[in-house]
Write a protein that binds this ligand. Structure first.
Ligand SMILES: *[C@@H]1O[C@H](CO)[C@@H](O)[C@H](O)[C@H]1NC(C)=O
Ligand SMILES: *[C@@H]1O[C@H](CO)[C@@H](O)[C@H](O)[C@H]1NC(C)=O
Ligand SMILES: *[C@@H]1O[C@H](CO)[C@@H](O)[C@H](O)[C@H]1NC(C)=O
Ligand SMILES: *[C@@H]1O[C@H](CO)[C@@H](O)[C@H](O)[C@H]1NC(C)=O
Length: 372
């Protein structure tokens, strides 16, 4: 079945339609009182035409269309109330890897997993920094339970291009190149897709204050020196001072968000946008938030590590909502035993690293309604 396109017909004269509107030209015209119908004029007569059930009027193209296309909401205008944001998730996670909550080094186990990333451009493949196994594991999005595939491995501690030591975090670009926070070697390694050795794209010069060492720096692609974008030596409480910044997220508008773990707050550029009410477990507080990720509507998803929960804060909220966890520290499906990282797939499902249980939990999205 195709969309129905009306052919334009010739009207002999101008005439008012049933609603008193004067058609300036011959042809098919929108009915201002009904999104499902048109008027068509022909030989001084107007006909009301209804689009068939399930189809709606497309004014611009003068045809009945399948449905109104949802507007793409730009990040700069994302505070609109009509955002079709995800608001509810399953309380029980599905274990992707680590069913028995034990560490191991085969394809069904991990050992002290940290950063997690979902490649939404390539089938929602899931990547995780498998820290104590010195490897990056990848789980195919269409076959999550079939086990991990090693896409980068250690080969001993050291500074050679084929080595990897205690990886902390992982990011995958649009060409499926893998960027690894190679913690033990204090560098960011880039492994081109399929490569068994990498290129150091940042750091690799030991740790300290110089710009080619790693703090929170922005590295443009291809440059070995970073620009300091957050963190200065001023007084401790200032928004410019970051006490243990653990995770950064850059949105599509190039706004930088930083999880400032030791200060129990989330910073957006120089403003605190979540927390800042001291350490605690009420809806406005955090206890060591390690990671912040944003969705396309600028809602923040925060791993509130020492509260064992994932908090969601909408833009401008003064309190968050617990969407996952908050049920103590153990190995039940609704518990997170020290989580540090999360990632959202293209459907809004949330993957969480559950370090204490050596497992990845997937929490399926349940609804897209507009309220909590
Ligand atoms: C959020 O705060 C900003 C800055 O104060 C303001 O411009 C914006 O309209 C607010 N959005 C909502 C949804 O309240
Ligand atoms: C490990 O490193 C050694 C020495 O550089 C090299 O000969 C070997 O091929 C590497 N193995 C892997 C799996 O990369
Ligand atoms: C950086 O540039 C290289 C080479 O042009 C490209 O393959 C890679 O995808 C780029 N990385 C990012 C994050 O854009
Ligand atoms: C949370 O705790 C802070 C600090 O004690 C307090 O200022 C704030 O009012 C509390 N908020 C809620 C929603 O309980």
């Amino acid at each position: 079945m195709k969309n129905i396109v009306f052919t334009t017909v010739v009207c002999l004269t101008l005439f008012p339609n049933a609603n008193g509107f004067v058609y300036p030209n011959d042809g098919v015209f929108a009915n201002p009182s009904d999104v499902h119908s048109f008027y068509q004029c022909s030989s001084s007569t107007s006909y009301l035409i209804h689009c068939p059930a399930g189809l709606v009027r497309n004014d611009a193209q003068k045809k009945c269309d399948w449905k109104v296309v949802d507007p793409i909401i730009h990040c700069a205008a994302s505070n609109q109330p009509n955002c079709r944001e995800k608001t509810r998730w399953a309380t029980d996670g599905i274990v992707i890897v680590g069913v028995d909550s034990k560490s191991g080094s085969d394809s069904q186990h991990l050992n002290s997993l940290l950063g997690i990333f979902v490649d939404t451009l390539h089938g929602n493949n899931v990547y995780v920094a498998d820290r104590s196994n010195n490897r990056i594991q990848m789980f195919l999005g269409n076959s999550l339970s079939s086990g991990g595939i090693t896409v980068a491995r250690g080969n001993g501690t050291g500074s050679n291009p084929n080595q990897l030591s205690s990886p902390l975090d992982v990011y995958v670009d649009k060409n499926e190149n893998i960027y690894i926070a190679d913690d033990g070697n204090q560098r960011i390694q880039m492994r081109q897709k399929g490569a068994t050795s990498g290129i150091t794209v940042a750091g690799g010069n030991g740790g300290d204050e110089e710009l080619n060492k790693l703090n929170i720096l922005k590295f443009t692609n291809g440059s070995s020196d970073g620009i300091i974008v957050a963190g200065q030596q001023e007084d401790e409480s200032s928004a410019k001072i970051l006490s243990r910044p653990t995770n950064v997220f850059v949105d599509d508008c190039e706004t930088l968000y930083v999880a400032v773990t030791a200060n129990d707050r989330i910073q957006k550029a120089c403003n605190t946008v979540a927390g800042g009410y001291g350490e605690g477990s009420n809806a406005s507080q955090f206890n060591q938030p390690w990671t912040v990720k944003l969705d396309q509507y600028n809602n923040m998803y925060i791993v509130d590590t020492f509260n064992g929960r994932i908090q969601k804060w909408r833009p401008n909220d003064s309190a968050g909502v617990t969407i996952i966890g908050g049920n103590g520290f153990d190995d039940k499906p609704n518990q997170l035993w020290f989580s540090y990282s999360l990632a959202l797939d293209s459907e809004g499902n949330i993957f969480v690293n559950d370090l204490g249980n050596h497992r990845i939990q997937k929490f399926n999205v349940l609804s897209e309604t507009n309220s909590y």
